[in-house]
Ligand binder design. Structure first.
Ligand SMILES: [Cu+2]
Length: 247
């Protein structure tokens, strides 16, 4: 009963202007403007909510290789959480053809760990209740890059969110091989063969989450996406870090 209520709240409010989640840390680009909406379902503003020809502008955040960084959000429409990735591209600016490599995957509980639906009352300025840690690998290349937060929501319309932030990766010279060895970023619900249709109420398991993974929630809540989503099938939430899930 509670579940049905959350679905109704998420679906019903989605048509009104709702405080969808925005990336707060690292500091996102100022252009393209942050939009409190999922990406266009056709993929027309992939990546980073940028239309073709959009100029990218913003002050990059320095990040030392080997460091642990924080990801944080603004907004209240967490849609029961879901699954997020932190990815990187060194294309300046990023384009629809850019390759994004995964630094960290959070399966379940992102961008909020213990929310059954949305956080009420709706509040676009709400500082996200949960932060997430992710590593900057010691062996990836240095230089100007873009970090993306992507999100497939657990509850509500079948959507795909993406915000981006300019960064400078600092430290000793790394290798393209180390970068290439990371998984490709997962995408769904933006016009390709991969969707989360039929998975309302489930946390999506990424086909290839990589080696840095946080899992949150009961195993019965996890499901793979639908369609041709790339990568090998993921083993069921075996690497769950129970400490990250405080019930
Ligand atoms: Cu939303």
């Amino acid at each position: 009963m509670f579940f049905a209520k959350s679905v109704l709240a998420a679906g019903g409010l989605a048509t009104l202007s709702q405080a969808h989640m925005l990336l707060r840390t690292p500091v996102p680009y100022t252009s393209p403007a942050l939009i409190q909406d999922p990406l266009d379902p056709t993929g027309a503003n992939f990546p980073c909510q940028a239309r073709p020809g959009t100029q990218f502008a913003g002050t990059p955040t320095p990040m030392e290789k080997g460091s642990t960084q924080i990801m944080a959000f603004t907004g209240s429409a967490v849609h029961g959480g879901g699954s997020c990735q932190v990815s990187i591209t060194y294309d300046n600016p990023p384009t629809a053809a850019s390759t994004w490599k995964v630094l960290h995957s959070i399966q379940g509980g992102c961008p909020a760990r213990n929310q059954a639906g949305n956080i009420l009352p709706d509040n676009a300025a709400l500082e996200g209740v949960d932060n997430y840690e992710y590593p900057i690998p010691a062996d990836i290349p240095t230089g100007n890059a873009t970090i993306a937060w992507t999100w497939v929501n657990k509850i509500g319309n079948r959507e795909f969110y993406m915000n981006c932030a300019p960064v400078i990766i600092e430290g000793a010279e790394g290798s393209e091989e180390a970068l290439a060895a990371l998984p490709n970023m997962f995408t769904a619900n933006i016009g390709g063969d991969c969707t989360t249709v039929g998975k309302d109420g489930k946390n999506i398991l990424f086909p290839n989450p990589g080696n840095s993974v946080e899992n949150n929630g009961p195993e019965s809540d996890f499901e793979p996406p639908t369609g041709n989503c790339g990568g090998a099938a993921a083993p069921a939430a075996r690497s769950r870090r129970a400490a990250k899930f405080s019930a």
